[in-house]
Design a protein around this ligand. Structure first.
Ligand SMILES: *Cc1c(COP(=O)(O)O)cnc(C)c1O
Length: 374
């Protein structure tokens, strides 16, 4: 609620004001208050950067206009001939960025099962510069042991960056576990209301922060002051929302697990999750994202999607409303089904972002739609 936020120095406003100004006037030549032009720095943005850094236990926060712009800033440090090792199961937009943008710049990317530290160690080369992991991953909720990855990265002298969007600072503390950079799409849980797109990088390394801030200023993929302010309104209730997301996800996961039309449920807080022990060791809660597999493949998915009313068909996640996607007919409809399966996305796989409604309403909606599946 309070981290990094003090009553405003000009008027004492308890809620930081929106400095909707591109330009700041110095008192005299060479004497300003640290702001000249909003691409470089803005007071509202700076308050949110300090607030988010504090939430993750980091020293520096650097904000961007989207999660993808934040990802891009990390990899702009690389030069042709460099090598990246990435988790195999990463957010689709990150995969597209690696394949269509980064690879074109002469950078090699290898995808490994980051649940296996041996596989990660084996993939490292002398020219590897960055180890990129996403945990829990989208959409399969695979976990990666951040401490094991940090040990590998430290030994190899490379940077460990963690996409922690699903876990949020509430449930996973990558910097405290030895990561160099933590990335969040603030579009998701941090803002939390489907009202703003944004991204942030948090680090405690002064040198890295300086480089990232330079990229932020030079490239200019910055969020607007009002978007920063809207995000701040979201983050101040993060803890309340996350405990409700998590509680609801548990109730929904347990309901789905006992349902005859459901073959498998993936949620890190279920003892049946293949990495339940790692989840209990590394996370202090399990968040609101879960996936499940329907018996009956594509057709069952279609019937379920069309039978829901409270739970919305939507590709985003991490907001107050429950949202559901069926990759085989929605996000990945253009990917041939053999390739989808090779990536672990079976035809009956469904991803659910459990919202903060009354859990009984979410379950009733799912129950009704599941009953339509023959
Ligand atoms: C949404 C998301 C991103 C990309 O963030 P945008 O704000 O949409 O650019 C990256 N990683 C994960 C895990 C996400 O969910």
């Amino acid at each position: 609620v309070h981290a990094g936020i003090e009553p405003d120095s000009a008027a004492g406003a308890i809620l930081p004001p929106i400095y909707q100004s591109t330009t700041f006037v110095p008192e005299e030549v060479g004497r300003d208050k640290g702001f000249d032009y909003t691409r470089a720095a803005n007071p509202t943005r700076q308050i949110l950067e300090e607030h988010l850094a504090a939430l993750d236990g980091g020293r520096h926060g650097v904000l961007f206009g989207s999660g993808m712009a934040a990802v891009d800033a990390i990899f702009r440090r690389l030069v042709p001939g460099d090598h990246v090792v990435s988790s195999k199961d990463v957010y689709g937009g990150v995969f597209r960025y690696f394949e269509r943008i980064l690879a074109k710049g002469g950078i090699d990317i290898d995808y490994v099962d980051s649940a296996s530290p041996q596989a990660v160690r084996k993939a490292l080369r002398p020219n590897t510069r960055i180890l990129w992991i996403e945990t829990p991953s989208n959409p399969l909720l695979t976990l990666t042991d951040v401490e094991a990855m940090a040990a590998i990265a430290r030994e190899a002298g490379i940077i460990l960056a963690v996409d922690s969007t699903f876990a949020t600072p509430m449930y996973l503390r990558p910097l405290e576990m030895g990561a160099d950079i933590v990335m969040h799409s603030t579009t998701k849980y941090l803002s939390g209301h489907n009202h703003v797109v944004g991204g942030v990088l948090i680090t405690s390394c002064d040198d890295l922060a300086k480089q990232l801030r330079f990229i932020q200023k030079v490239v200019g993929a910055v969020p607007s002051p009002i978007d920063c302010w809207l995000t701040l309104l979201g983050t101040r209730t993060l803890h309340l929302r996350m405990s409700r997301h998590s509680e609801n996800a548990q109730a929904v996961a347990e309901f789905l697990q006992g349902h005859p039309k459901v073959e498998r449920v993936l949620w890190p807080g279920l003892p049946s999750h293949p990495q339940y022990a790692l989840a209990c060791k590394g996370m202090s809660g399990f968040s609101g994202m879960l996936s499940f597999e329907l018996a009956g493949g594509i057709e069952s998915g279609r019937i379920l999607m069309n039978g829901l009313s409270l739970v919305r068909l939507a590709e985003s996640l991490g907001a107050v409303e429950s949202m559901i996607t069926h990759p085989a007919t929605m996000t990945h409809v253009d990917v041939p089904s053999a390739e989808r399966r090779a990536r672990g996305l079976s035809d009956g796989l469904v991803r659910l972002s459990v919202g903060i409604e009354d859990a009984r309403d979410i379950i009733r909606d799912l129950e009704g739609a599941l009953a339509r599946i023959p």
